[in-house]
Ligand binder design. Structure first.
Ligand code: SF4
Length: 200
């Protein structure tokens, strides 16, 4: 069975989930989207209002910025990456998900990553870093440094929403994403070029 077929088998199970208290106030469960055969996954925190309405991850202002970041890497979400969130239902008022909610939802993300089996996972923001790397991790300390675990390369960086609040974070994030491109060229596709970060 292909990765796409396995993800489609998983989808209805996730969409039917009511395991935590986030589901009643959310319009729908946001499963994630992208190219299941992609070797890179991006993991954010959870749906916001626009994602909750659309049923798709990263479609609001932070999502538009993520698309620009992907474009600078010469990636497109439907062709080169898969985009996921730690929690699949919108926390009310766009608050951060609580630890108990993250823990309830984490098996979905773990199963998705098991199926997708990405070589590189970009962790967008502290919720993703704490859920997948270390519960006490501080994004300001760990960003930009590779974590190698479970046969994958994990790159913590800031969430695009943080860049919208503080544009000074764009420079460190681009530095982190260039490291991702270096690793992608090393492990996945040596010919993957980008006009914003050409192959040297
Ligand atoms: S956030 Fe996750 S665990 Fe909670 S109801 Fe939605 S899918 Fe289920």
């Amino acid at each position: 069975m292909t990765r796409a077929e396995r993800m489609e088998l998983l989808r209805p199970q996730v969409l039917a989930c009511q395991a935590c208290g986030l589901r009643p106030s959310a319009h729908q469960v946001v499963f994630g989207e992208g190219q299941p055969e992609a070797r890179v996954a991006f993991v954010g925190e959870g749906p916001g209002a626009q994602e909750d309405a659309a049923g798709r991850p990263f479609v609001g202002p932070a999502g538009q910025l993520l698309d620009k970041m992907l474009e600078a890497m010469n990636f497109r979400r439907e062709r080169d990456v898969y985009i996921l969130n730690v929690v699949k239902c919108r926390p009310p008022g766009n608050r951060a998900p609580e630890t108990s909610e993250v823990n309830q939802c984490l098996p979905h993300l773990a199963r998705q990553l098991e199926i997708l089996d990405p070589v590189i996972v970009v962790l967008l923001g502290s919720t993703a870093v704490r859920a997948l790397i270390h519960a006490e991790a501080r994004i300001t300390r760990v960003r930009g440094d590779w974590v190698v675990r479970d046969g994958r390369w994990w790159m913590p960086t800031y969430h695009p929403a943080a860049l919208l609040r503080n544009p000074e974070l764009k420079r460190p994030v681009w530095s982190d994403l260039k490291r991702v491109l270096d690793k992608y060229r090393e492990l996945v596709d040596p010919s993957h070029d980008s006009p914003h970060y050409p192959i040297s």
